[in-house]
Design a protein around this ligand. Structure first.
Ligand SMILES: *Cc1c(COP(=O)(O)O)cnc(C)c1O
Length: 339
């Protein structure tokens, strides 16, 4: 058995291999078989597989935290199971069963629990993937599917606390059209973003903001995170029209804002011009949780938010959400699954 010699002090958001992973298979027209834990390692796959040739695959992302008293916490994992199942249908793959998804997550986390850093040093990032693993020359669904869950310890996104990021609006590239696959974590959605995002990073920006593909006016997402603006005590976030990924962090922030802070939440289109008049802006997703946005550059103009500081409401939302996720506060919404 492999022993854990990971230094938790040096963790960043990069891959570190762990002891084991979970693998299950499904033949087209049959049910998913119950999978098993196997040592983490390379897999063998046909060069003619549909995932390699046509991108038939999706992924999920979630985190497990370890509290000071060694409890292991998952945040709303059933939501990931449901989103993965819906994504399977869109990508012509057999729906992953909730039972197998949940069993896989729990087995992988339990077997690799010594790889979970203490909360102040990071989390165990869990990565489920589902893909067409049989060969198929024509553009058609695979006859066999593979579900794998692997994990990696990761560091906190912001070492030394929340700090505002600089963004630039992408005027040359879109992320996803209406009626496309932007609303599911299809593997093919992510590579196209690496070019514009890489260009922005070379210019000193943390990420790009995508506008809608039809009118090029309305904010969609920030890289692979959902977007929020706060104006006059109201929260505005782009409505889920199909091109935007329905984030679990996004949904949680909406509930916290409405039910814990008593704020009005508007899910609607928000133009980039309106964004520039907001009091606070931030983006949200599992990896960074909540990232305050300090400035946005759009067509040669750079606009500063909250004087470049972390906005008050942004911080309040972050504190409430992480209090629940890290297990330091109570869990009024029943979101935590303790292993
Ligand atoms: C995963 C993802 C998000 C965030 O979703 P969470 O469930 O909050 O992690 C947002 N946008 C895109 C494009 C994503 O892939």
């Amino acid at each position: 058995m492999k022993t854990n010699n990971v230094n938790f002090d040096d963790l960043t958001f990069t891959f570190t291999e762990t002891r084991s992973m979970y693998v299950a298979k499904c033949k087209l027209g049959q049910d998913w078989n119950t999978g098993e834990l196997v040592p983490y390692g390379n897999i063998s796959i046909s060069p003619a597989s549909t995932v390699l040739n046509y991108g038939q695959g999706l992924f999920e992302g979630m985190k497990a935290y370890k509290t000071d008293d060694e409890r292991i916490l998952l945040f709303r994992p059933e939501m990931n199971a449901e989103r993965a199942a819906k994504g399977c249908l869109r990508l012509s793959m057999p729906e992953i069963s909730k039972t197998i998804f949940m069993e896989a997550i729990q087995k992988v986390v339990n077997d690799n629990s010594d790889y979970i850093p203490p909360t102040e040093k990071g989390a165990l990032y869990i990565r489920p993937i589902i893909f067409g693993s049989a060969e198929g020359l024509g553009v058609a669904p695979s006859t066999e599917y593979t579900f794998i869950v692997y994990c990696s310890p990761v560091g906190p996104y912001f070492k030394g606390g929340l700090s505002p990021i600089k963004l630039i609006v992408s005027t040359n590239y879109h992320r996803a059209p209406l009626k496309g696959t932007g609303g599911v974590k299809a593997i093919g959605n992510y590579v196209p973003g690496m070019l514009p995002s890489g260009n922005a990073k070379r210019e000193g920006f943390a990420e790009i903001i995508y506008l809608d593909a039809a009118e090029e006016q309305y904010v969609e997402e920030v890289g692979a995170a959902n977007f929020f603006a706060i104006k006059e005590g109201k929260i505005i976030t782009p409505e889920l029209t199909g091109s935007i990924l329905p984030g679990i962090t996004r949904d949680s922030i909406i509930h916290i804002a409405q039910e814990k802070l008593g704020m009005a939440v508007e899910e609607r289109r928000i133009s980039i011009d309106e964004v520039m008049t907001a009091d606070e802006v931030f983006c949200a997703g599992t990896a960074a949780i909540i990232s305050p946005i300090g400035s946005i550059k759009y067509k040669n103009k750079e606009h500063l938010f909250s004087k470049g500081n972390v906005g008050e409401i942004t911080r309040e939302l972050y504190d409430i959400l992480t209090g629940i996720q890290f297990g330091t506060d109570n869990d009024p919404f029943n979101w935590i699954l303790e292993l």
